[in-house]
Design a protein around this ligand. Structure first.
Ligand code: PLP
Length: 378
């Protein structure tokens, strides 16, 4: 599906039986009742054929959503844990962390916390990381020796900005082919197409509670052969996140430690729901909702925070142009069983964030917009 086809996709009616969206916060998002219910299935042993079949099925489906022929590690953990896994396994010497928001900043903190030589490159919040900026920082760092990896957040949830990771990866490859490209797709994965192999991403991580619309508690990382080969040479990988250990167990469709079995059962049901909708249709829905949200904001005289051309497909950050009391707005929305997010960090009180991901449909957004309009008298 081309980009313009995605942007102009026709509105699809909300599926029958889908409850109205409650959470317009950028995670955790609403979970479909069938997926919630699947967690009450009886426990199964994690060294059983039944569990290994469940794991193998989820693994295959996840590889399709990551568009990878390599592997996806599935862990009882969250996205931040995968930040740590990526650093522990892929960095022995130096790493460059590009920081354009709160979560890319966290990845830089994780790099320091893991005792690595972290080169932090700060860029203005609400702007995207550009390939040219990456090329400049990488070239400068290479003057003092090799750089094992760079980290970049695809979709900065704190600001609603999406960075062009395909072009960033290409820029890194052309300057320093051995430098690994590590990407956080926590709040974009399954909401937009991220062809990991085609784009040359060595590691792409995400967590369950955003566009995947699952409860929190599972983390996923697509890992290339290059990244796994690097891990074999890095010391201090620890145990829980050691890719070489995970790889041994993955070959038997399981994990070294006890997996989150109920969450895996929920994952399986949700992955089937995602494929029933269709990947192209799902991506189109997310882009359509993002476009509609931005159009609504502009129509109402509200400013958009994200740099033009780089707005997120899953979460929109809208300026609090009229100085609404955001707590009061949320109290009003709570009366209608809805919730949105305040701005993040310095943007608290200055912006609102509306997530349109996971189980959110066109009708859900219209209900939210109508309620905001009623609250604000706009
Ligand atoms: N990266 C991004 C882009 C996020 O939005 C978040 C959480 O909101 C994280 C990382 C941290 O993920 P988790 O809360 O699953 O540890």
């Amino acid at each position: 599906m081309t980009f313009s086809a995605v942007m102009n996709s026709p509105i699809v009616e909300t599926p029958a039986g889908k409850p109205p969206q409650r959470l317009f916060i950028p995670g955790p998002t609403d979970v479909h009742p069938d997926v919630l219910a699947s967690q009450t299935a009886p426990m199964i042993g994690h060294r059983s054929d039944e569990f290994e079949a469940l794991y193998a099925k989820c693994e295959e489906q996840l590889k399709q959503i990551f568009f990878t022929d390599f592997r996806v590690y599935i862990l009882a953990a969250t996205g931040s844990a995968m930040h740590e896994a990526a650093i522990r396994n892929c960095v022995s010497g130096r790493v460059i962390n590009f920081v354009n928001g709160a979560f890319s900043q966290r990845w830089a903190d994780v790099s320091v916390g893991c005792g690595k030589e972290a080169i932090r490159v700060d860029l203005p919040w609400c702007t995207a990381v550009k390939p040219g900026q990456v090329a400049d920082a990488l070239s400068a760092a290479l003057a003092n020796g090799p750089v094992d990896a760079i980290t970049v957040v695809h979709n900065e949830t704190s600001t609603g900005v999406a960075s062009p990771v395909a072009e960033i990866a290409a820029a890194v490859r052309s300057i320093s082919p051995e430098t690994l490209v590590l990407v956080d797709a926590v709040s974009s994965f399954s909401g937009t197409r991220i062809p990991v192999d085609e784009w040359g991403l060595d590691l792409c991580l995400t967590s369950s509670q955003k566009a995947l619309a699952l409860p929190p508690g599972l983390a996923f990382a697509a890992v290339s052969d290059r990244a796994l080969a690097k891990a074999k040479t890095v010391s201090g990988r620890g145990w829980y996140f050691d890719f070489t250990l995970l790889e041994r167990y993955l070959k038997r469709s399981t994990t070294p430690a006890t997996p989150a079995i109920s969450l895996m059962q929920a994952l399986s049901v949700q992955l089937d729901r995602i494929f029933a909708e269709g990947l192209a249709e799902r991506f189109a829905r997310h882009h359509r909702l993002a476009k509609r949200t931005r159009a609504w904001a502009v129509e109402k005289g509200l400013g958009l925070m994200a740099e033009e051309g780089y707005a997120s497909p899953t979460v929109s950050t809208i300026a609090n142009t009229f100085g609404w009391d955001i707590e009061a707005l949320n109290a009003f929305l709570a009366g209608r069983e809805m919730e949105l997010s305040d701005g993040y960090g310095d943007y608290k009180g200055k912006a609102i964030r509306i997530a349109h991901m996971g189980e959110c449909w066109d009708g859900d957004l219209e209900r939210l917009f109508a309620a905001i309009e009623e609250f604000a008298g706009i």
